[in-house]
Design a protein around this ligand. Structure first.
Ligand code: C2O
Length: 346
């Protein structure tokens, strides 16, 4: 059976493992407001496709709109499920065992390290984007993506580093500010010369998107059905560039590498959503953008897995994996940019 959307009234404190003392957890309260009226998601009709653009290439007008939208989201009452704080908590609740599996209270619900990774984060960003669009009265608003797979996008995008901007987050590694290049295979600082870092990054991209992902499971992660223990196994991208950048951005001097370096806090950094937009773009590219097209799972346990999100009107919505496998039905797509890693020999 599929993993069903959780019962929000059963949400408990999330557990965040303490790095320095393994086996001990800190409790974090990140449950959403409860609503008993649940609507089944139907993709709304769109007249125009929203195009997500690379964050380092957006226009000044776009940036002003985007900042205004995030500012308004941060200004909403904390109890509003659409507020920035509540949106960040969505990630915490789904990632740090605040929910149990429906029908299997002894098993935690976890959206990482399995085939739920890509669809959960796609839907999460979809609702986040729709809320922002609503707040600035622009139904065509699209999130930017952090184009870290392109040499020109391999630093934290400038729009996120101005301390006075609502896109800024103080809890980031101070040693990784622009012009320092990202390390897509990060565990500790290697301080490679610029060209070598670019080559190493393109090589990582090629192996995690092309060579290393010949099967659906290698890309998406392992199957995770009702009653299964969490974390059966992540796909190449989730385990690779995805985690590397979380660690690379988070502040090592914070107790739990906040914000990006820990699942419970990652959503508090506006950069998280641009990072995950690029992860989401990788799913589209893997399916249709490479030389060989790939297929998603056809398994109904995957397609019928579901999650709950609050939409732009603060209604509680149940969305299935099967609702999100094509971004065009969700009304958005990604701007095409050259893929320098596609043919990259390493
Ligand atoms: Cu839900 Cu990048 O993690």
């Amino acid at each position: 059976a599929p993993i069903f959307a959780p019962d929000l009234s059963q949400c408990g404190d999330a557990n965040v493992p303490l790095r320095k003392s393994p086996g001990t957890n800190v409790s974090v309260h990140c449950c959403p407001p409860v609503s008993t009226n649940i609507i089944d998601f139907k993709p709304p009709r769109f007249t125009k496709t929203r195009t997500r653009q690379p964050a380092h290439l957006v226009s000044p007008d776009y940036v002003e709109n985007f900042k205004e939208a995030i500012k308004r989201m941060k200004a909403l009452d904390e109890k509003d499920p659409r507020s920035f704080t509540q949106q960040a908590k969505v990630h915490c609740a789904y990632c740090n065992s605040a929910y149990e599996q429906m029908g299997f209270p002894s098993q935690d619900l976890q959206v990482h390290n399995s085939w739920l990774f890509f669809p959960f984060h796609r839907l999460y960003l979809y609702f986040f984007e729709r809320i922002l669009g609503k707040l600035i009265d622009d139904p065509d608003f699209a999130l930017p993506f952090w184009n870290w797979d392109d040499p020109d996008g391999m630093t934290i995008p400038d729009i996120y580093v101005d301390p006075l901007s609502p896109l800024y987050d103080a809890k980031r590694n101070p040693d990784h500010q622009p012009p320092v290049l990202v390390d897509l295979d990060y565990s500790s600082d290697k301080n490679l010369p610029r060209d070598d870092q670019i080559k190493a990054n393109l090589c990582v991209m090629n192996s995690q998107m092309v060579h290393g992902t010949t099967t659906t499971t290698l890309f998406h992660g392992k199957e995770y059905r009702m009653g299964y223990s969490p974390d059966p196994g992540a796909g190449t991208i989730e385990n690779g560039v995805h985690l590397s950048l979380h660690k690379w951005v988070g502040d090592p001097s914070q107790p739990l590498k906040e914000d990006m370096g820990n699942f419970y806090s990652a959503g508090y950094d506006p950069l998280f959503y641009a990072h995950h937009a690029n992860i989401d773009r990788m799913w589209n590219l893997w399916k249709n953008g490479l030389k060989v097209p790939h297929c998603d799972f056809k398994d109904t346990d995957w397609l019928d897995s579901s999650f709950l999100f609050y939409d732009e009107n603060a209604n509680l919505v149940r969305a299935r994996v099967g609702d999100c496998i094509d971004t065009k039905t969700l009304g958005y797509d990604y701007q095409q940019v050259e893929l320098k890693w596609l043919e990259y020999e390493c």
